[in-house]
Design a protein around this ligand. Structure first.
Ligand code: FE
Ligand code: CA
Length: 551
């Protein structure tokens, strides 16, 4: 178990279908023997759509010139391309889990009402320029019904700290053009422009915040969970509902696949995916509300349902983790941005002990004794050891966790208000925070989602004597608030909380340099109105070397 779990099994590269051309260099694009040429020259009747984002393109250095490959790549995978006449790329494109020389490119074929054969060949072209003239690589990929017609292509041999453009094609159709990038190489302290976001209930709001992300020019989106919600149509009630899921609560693989297709049909979400790579982790609603380990919210064993949900999540996200084939799936993983930022992305659902005290919320009674059991865990033993083994070891300026539920102290006069958060797992949290203090792990930052309001907190040692880091809690993209905005002043008074904004939906834009971490809290004026104005609620700054919010 380590960083960047890569499994060939997880990638749909047919044995006969190859592959990544080593050629890079724009001057060779014209004569490069590119595998996708056949597909591209089939003259799609549908012109490739314009790039899904109109954000200003980042400056891109042409890829370094290398000798052309001596052998043309193999082009015939033996599996035909799509022969239908309905656009199969309706769910858009995505990329994710970049490192300094590779990235995962993703799409999923879903022709509306058209049967696909069991296997389909899809071409992927990657370009060094926005005009799509400098072909960097081309791959022929085979997808199949077995994986929900998803495509996960690992594109390797790329230059560090470089933007690329990409496009899929099959038969007469080409996908939207996506833009992705590699990370800076080790040693670099290039600025990271990062988005954090979570919680996009389809029924309770429009994805205006995603359009804002797409236009923002960020390098990376860290998705912190609740990509889908499992509720049946209308589970949120008529008030505050702007559109409907259209199906019952999913429990099978096909039902979860259909739910993802509903979400991924949104053009603003597609634009945010097409704009930059994402790192995606899940929270509870990718399976079921507030599940813990294998226990459902109704105390039923999840078993096969969890396996179906995990598999559908993998099929629909551009992740570099092994494809789940059972109810177990390792998704926690590390991410490095040069030597500036090291992020440990966590899974606080799959391995956790069931919530204490019956998972009550907003009780002001003292927590039940079970809360303090020393074997209660949010991470599980293996993930905890993995985390402790890597935290602070990369030598990065910023040591970061990307995770789901509020980690800081959110208590009211000793009462745990939400046992689903880290307050309900205090022994493990205290040990982690004490470890950070004892090891002198500097510039500790926690990136959080889940709770549907925006917050910022200064994290403290268990004895409360010392600030050890900062937690940035992103509000939801569209999911309705859980806590009334009338309680804003109360929330601001809790535990480690420095500030909170409960009334709006949005995301956080982080600008990270060797000197400071600046978090701009972006909010949408009215999530129930399409294209409602976006603005910045507040910006918070952490100065490197000085724990806690300074501005
Ligand atoms: Fe949520
Ligand atoms: Ca959640």
């Amino acid at each position: 178990m380590g960083d960047n779990l890569i499994s060939r099994r997880g990638f749909l590269i047919a044995s006969a279908a190859v592959v990544v051309t080593a050629c890079s260099g724009s001057e060779k694009a014209a004569d490069a023997p590119v595998t996708a040429t056949a597909a591209a020259e089939a003259e799609p009747s549908t012109a490739p759509p314009a790039p899904a984002t109109t954000a200003a393109a980042p400056p891109t250095e042409p890829p370094a010139t290398e000798p052309p490959p001596t052998d043309p790549p193999v082009t015939e995978p033996g599996v035909p391309e799509y022969a239908g006449d309905v656009d199969p790329f309706m769910l858009g494109v995505a990329s994710g889990d970049p490192d300094a020389e590779s990235v995962v490119h993703w799409t999923r074929l879903v022709p509306d009402g058209v049967e696909l054969p069991d296997e389909v060949t899809v071409m992927l072209e990657v370009f060094g320029d926005e005009a799509l003239t400098a072909v960097v690589s081309a791959q022929a990929l085979v997808t199949s019904a077995d994986v929900g017609y998803s495509v996960h292509a690992l594109t390797t041999g790329l230059d560090p700290d470089t933007w690329y453009w990409y496009r899929f094609s099959t038969g007469e159709f080409a996908s939207a053009v996506g833009r992705s990038r590699t990370t800076p190489a080790a040693g670099s302290t290039t600025t990271l422009n990062l988005a954090t976001a979570s919680c996009q209930h389809y029924e309770t709001g429009f994805y205006t915040a995603h359009a804002d992300i797409a236009a923002s020019g960020v390098d990376l989106v860290a998705w912190l969970g609740d990509y889908i919600y499992e509720g049946a149509t209308g589970s949120v009630g008529d008030e505050g509902r702007v559109r409907i899921h259209g199906t019952a609560e999913p429990t099978t693989l096909d039902e979860y696949r259909a739910r993802y297709a509903v979400y991924k049909s949104d053009p603003n979400l597609q634009a945010a995916h097409a704009a930059c790579p994402w790192v995606v982790i899940w929270d509870d609603h990718e399976v079921e509300n507030n599940y813990a380990g294998n226990i459902s919210q109704d105390d039923i064993e999840l078993g096969e349902r969890r396996a179906a949900a995990y598999r559908a999540w993998w099929e629909n996200t551009p992740t570099r983790v092994e494809m789940p084939t059972t109810a177990d799936a390792v998704i926690y993983r590390g991410f490095e941005w040069g030597s500036l930022v090291d992020i440990s992305f966590l899974d606080t659902r799959q391995y956790r002990t069931d919530q204490a005290c019956g998972d009550i919320t907003l009780s002001t009674d003292p927590p039940c004794p079970e809360t303090f059991d020393t074997d209660r865990t949010m991470l599980g033993t293996e993930q905890r050891e993995w985390l402790l083994g890597r935290l602070g070891k990369a030598g990065a300026t910023w040591n970061v966790l990307g995770q789901q539920v509020i980690m800081g102290n959110f208590m009211l006069n000793g009462a745990v208000l939400n046992f689903d958060q880290w307050d309900g797992y205090p022994v493990e949290r205290d040990a982690l925070f004490q470890h950070i203090a004892d090891e002198g792990i500097a510039n500790f930052v926690v990136l959080t989602g889940d709770i549907h309001f925006a917050g910022v907190g200064n994290l403290r040692t268990p004895d409360r004597s010392k600030v050890i880091g900062t937690e940035f809690v992103a509000t939801s993209i569209s999911s309705a608030g859980n806590v009334s905005a009338d309680l804003t002043d109360l929330v601001k008074s809790l535990g480690d909380v420095v500030d909170a904004e409960l009334a709006h939906r949005g995301w956080i834009r982080h600008t990270v340099t060797a000197d400071s971490w600046v978090a701009d809290y972006r909010i949408v004026d009215d999530v129930l109105v399409e294209n409602s104005p976006m603005s910045t609620y507040r910006s918070f700054t952490v100065t490197a070397g000085t724990p806690g919010i300074t501005v």
